[in-house]
Write a new protein. Sequence first.
Length: 723
Amino acid sequence: MQRPSHLFFTLLLLLNVAVLRAGDLTRYVNPYIGTGGHGHVFLGANVPFGMVQVGPTEPVRGWDWCSGYHYSDSVLVGFGHLHLSGTGIGDLGDISLLPVADTAHVRPCFSHLHETVRPGYYSLLIDESQIKAELTATARCGMHRYTFPAAQAEAQVLLDLERGIGWDRLSGCHAEQRGDRLIVGGRRSTGWARDQQVFFAAEFSRPVRMERMRGDSLAVVSAPNDGQPLLVRVGISPVSIDGALGNLRQEMPTWDFDAYAAAADDLWERQLEKVRVSSADEHALRIFYTSLYHTMVAPSVFCDTDGRYRGADGQVHQGDFVCYTTFSLWDTYRAAHPLMTLIHPERQRDIAETMLHIYEQQGKLPVWHLWGNETDCMVGNPGIPVLADIALKGFDVDIPRALEAAVASAQRDERGMRWLKEYGYLPYDKDSEGETVSKGLEYALADYCVARLATLPCSGDSTGAVYRHFIERSGAWRRYFDPQTRFMRAVDSEGRFSTPFSPFSTVSGERRDYTEGNAWQYLWLVPHDVYGLIRHLGGDCPFVQRLDSLFIAEGDLGQDAPPDISGLIGQYAHGNEPSHHVIYLYHYAGMPWKAAPLLRRVCAELYHDAPDGLSGNEDVGQMSAWYVLTAMGLYQVEPAGGRYLIGSPLFGEVEVKVGEGRTFRIVARGNNADNVYVQRARLNGKTYKKSYIDFADIVKGGTLELQMGSAPTDYGRKQDCRP
């Protein structure tokens, strides 16, 4: 049975909302945060989890232009309808429109002083031409409103089908005019997404004529300038021109730009209000709600309003679920997806079904999926923890299919798994791709999640064989642990550790053993067996001492260190995802009080209300999801299952809508910049001594009360390892 899109804009809403307005919470969103430095975030107009992200695209000048926009730039090449947010590789930028005064000047300059941006709305007064461009969006459509100076005789818009974000190469395109107001076509390209297909239907508010300037890839669309704004509404589809037309007719049936902008604001408001925090500090509110906003740019809807989508096999399929794309799973399995399970329970079935259909179409769960294409970017099997987490938390998942998909994904002969099956670990002298330590640790935690899936009722593992096999393989992390140096190190096929070795270096000779990191950062990547790591490091006190040293260790990373190793406190690298769980490891040694000042320090020093406000790539919501959860006072370390550790909340009160009308409140009494330590806790009025809370208890609704103080107490403590 076909299901309606959860992002569908009802005609009733559009007719009843006639003016732009600032919402209660959307006014705290500063979309510029992360557009500078290495944040790589998208800037423009979109709706939560929408397919379309319509916004300005600049000439690509380097790595920091992955989203197509960087705050340092001031040159415009067009307004594309698809963008990435926070990635380390660039792509998309498809179907670009640019209003111009003349076709000879197609790279105008602009100033941030003439930009306005808020959730669901973007505007720019272009410097040279004095043309005002305004943008808004629905899930699958973008609307443009161009106001031309009265002195300009013709309203001209460049339609550019060649240009992408720079990593993208055109394979083919076409455009044709139908009638006097409609232009349709498509674009096929290869880049990070090896075979991306995008179709569009662009309808103008008055008659136009299209003249080709360079084959089908560049055209100018002209109309007399009658003193009224020229509007363009553009439907986008991964399936076909008919799909784009259908999306346009369903989601954008009128020309009321202001109504669509107001509706977009309302959609953002409804999503942001799922988490309400109390604070008199508007600076803190802007960081928090911008972070929450960033977590909802993707995954992106990847199906038409009729349910059709382009599968991982390149074929068009009819779905009875909302299909998604843009899965940056190596990043987002850590915090972004655990956050989604709390505040977006209604999306979990669709995400799981998307992943299972990807498995059926390409033979494995997604690794890093983009517009129907497997990019195989990053290491490990990060789709397994996400699917297992959804299943273990009791969402609507076909458990036998999920286990089948997880087992098949973990048993392939690719990306080092051939050697894992043969040796029980990844020998560096067998795997020519390198990064074997990171690969091996990521595979181990994913294997643990396969084992957890096998324990669920109706999984089909009646003999326990699947569980035993994968729980044993999840212990492969021990093969990389060197008891002498007490680091994770690369091992050859004879079981010998690689030499020479420096825990600071990111390379060993010409070989890279770690993914965007070094041995200091990867020692801790055992989130599924923290107690096992504690034993290997000699017990709670030696473990804590070793963890303490991470935050003060200083050393030369070497000239080959990737820029992803950023946001450093000692060798703790908050700017990259493998470090994100590390501060919370103090909880496992019974000393959560040691985590509190570090969590507050990261929040204060590495997140800012400024364009350079992130310490590393946003990575499709992960960097911001860490902040959102930490600010709430919760964080899930274990890769699947739902144990959220209680940290040091930034706000006096947090209300979380957890679905079906239930609300979970976190009240931190006496909370301020000095009172960072939890003294004692009560859950629903009863004394609560655990330093964590289970997902099942959160989603029941209720109240967790924390008394905060300026010094540690016995809360969550097993023993005191201070000298």
